[in-house]
Design a protein around this ligand. Sequence first.
Ligand code: T46
Length: 135
Amino acid sequence: MTTPLLQIVDIPHRGDHRGQLAVAEIGAALPFPVRRVYWIHGTQPGVSRGFHAHRKLRQLCVCVAGSVRMSLFDGRREESIVLDSSAKGLLIGPGLWREMHDFSPGCVLMVFADAEYDETDYIRDRAQFLRHVAG
Ligand code: T46
């Protein structure tokens, strides 16, 4: 069976008359121990980000405000999804080319990663990525 490109996890929310509280707990929403958290904000209309893959890194992306279209490509299949809810997270494993498009005003994309920042884990050249997944 083919692994789905877009792996979505549910993030539990506890809501009451005061508002909502979202929980991303390891073992439940998060399938890996978190070593790093970063968030992308202050994005500009019409300006995309990403355009790279990771050799090993696993991440969970949660759009906690606004919306963004995430596109994933494994070298053969390309699929995209609009993230517009803090109740859904997109899991991105290694060997996937990712692009982020159509950031809405006020978008905040929070990312949980299973390793520290390491530039040598990035493949930022698309031709190199295609060679990587082919071989
Ligand atoms: C990813 C997508 C979803 C750091 O110094 N530390 C960090 O932890 C990160 C993530 C980045 N940086 C530096 C590297 C660059 O000089 O911040 C600058 C911007 O990073 P980048 O151009 O890689 O940002 P995006 O938005 O294209 O990609 C980011 C993540 O880097 C990447 O892992 O999967 O978000």
